[in-house]
Design a protein around this ligand. Structure first.
Ligand code: SF4
Ligand code: SF4
Length: 324
């Protein structure tokens, strides 16, 4: 895989600083039952890196000590980590809002048959990737059979009450473009998804978040191989809007890797750009139990235009429409 950082580092991006940490985003490891073409963490079935029990305990201590309201759990397929359910249950016991970034097909993996029931019982929010409502587009990006398995997963979650406003069980979907283009307007696409998935498969969900593809890892490497990297970066830079800088997720989120090392966001984690703090090369979660990082400068590069292009992309989808 080609390294994109040497191409991203020289690109200037406006300086930004942290606000208060509202969300702890925890990457439980890179193992996944899928190997999607656009995956920015380069996850797959053969990856072995995963967070151990001691680091999970530290995550829980951090949530408690710093009174962090939201735990955002990601991977790989985070549910494959053996400590996943303990982490979710303990965080919920502290009344922390838990988001599980779920790939939907995991619901059919042997040993995960009761995952939907577990998540519903904990009242965890589910954020699920669904890059299109058409079979051929999803299977091309995420693998053969993924569309049908995702539909079955959504139907199973709906049967548990997810995506139905009266239950309060939140099911949000995430869209990203197939290739090197900006996502279309979020509200219109959400309406299309609701109509097609509802009419064709009887599926309901709360919101659709549209995210731009990041020019890093597998997707970035593919752009370099196809000679499209510079063109995609130019597209992101031309579409940059200063007003999106206030809403980028790194201002209110800290990302933790499976070892407990801290980053400004998941994308910086994948570029191996640790959080800058004093003269430290790497900062561990254990060192920030009592320290404050508000006003800390964020490590930026050319990839950050993926967050500020057009309607903007945060972990909550388009910035303008998410705010509106
Ligand atoms: S399901 Fe998610 S984590 Fe797994 S390979 Fe696909 S994009 Fe990566
Ligand atoms: S990629 Fe986005 S979230 Fe990450 S540091 Fe850049 S602007 Fe912030």
């Amino acid at each position: 895989m080609r390294d994109t950082w040497p191409l991203l580092e020289p690109i200037e991006f406006p300086p930004i600083r942290r606000g208060h940490v509202e969300t702890l985003q925890v990457n439980l490891g890179y193992r996944c039952n899928q190997s999607c073409a656009h995956c920015h963490v380069n996850a797959g079935p053969n990856r072995t890196e995963e967070m151990d029990g001691e680091t999970i305990d530290l995550v829980l201590a951090f949530l408690a000590r710093r009174r962090i309201p939201t735990l955002d759990i990601t991977g790989g397929a985070p549910e494959l980590n053996r400590h996943f359910r303990r982490l979710v249950a303990a965080a919920r016991d502290m009344d922390v809002h838990v988001m599980d970034r779920c790939n939907l097909t995991i619901l059919e993996v042997p040993g995960q048959e009761d995952l939907g029931e577990f998540l519903a019982g904990q009242r965890a929010e589910i954020v699920a990737s669904m890059p299109c409502y058409l079979l051929e587009n999803v299977d091309r990006q995420r693998g053969k059979g993924v569309f049908d398995a995702s539909i079955r997963g959504l139907q199973r979650l709906n049967a548990l009450g997810y995506g139905r406003p009266e239950t309060g069980l939140v099911l949000n979907l995430v869209y990203n473009p197939q290739g090197p283009s900006l996502p279309p307007p979020q509200a219109a696409l959400e309406a299309d998804y609701k109509r097609v998935l509802g009419e064709t498969h009887g599926i309901v969900f709360n919101h659709l978040f549209t995210l731009a593809n990041m020019p890093i890892q597998r997707f970035g490497s593919m752009l370099i191989s196809k000679g499209q990297f510079a063109g995609y970066l130019a597209l992101l830079r031309e579409a940059h809007r200063d007003e999106n800088l206030d809403g980028v997720m790194c201002r209110s989120l800290i990302s933790v890797d499976y070892r407990g090392i801290l980053y400004d966001c998941d994308f910086n984690q994948m570029l191996d750009l640790p959080l800058a703090w004093g003269r430290r090369e790497r900062v561990h979660l254990s060192e920030l139990l009592d320290a404050e990082v508000a006003r800390n400068p964020i490590r930026v590069g050319g990839h950050c235009f993926g967050c500020t292009a057009g309607q903007g992309s945060s972990c909550g989808g388009a910035l303008h429409e998410a705010a509106g």
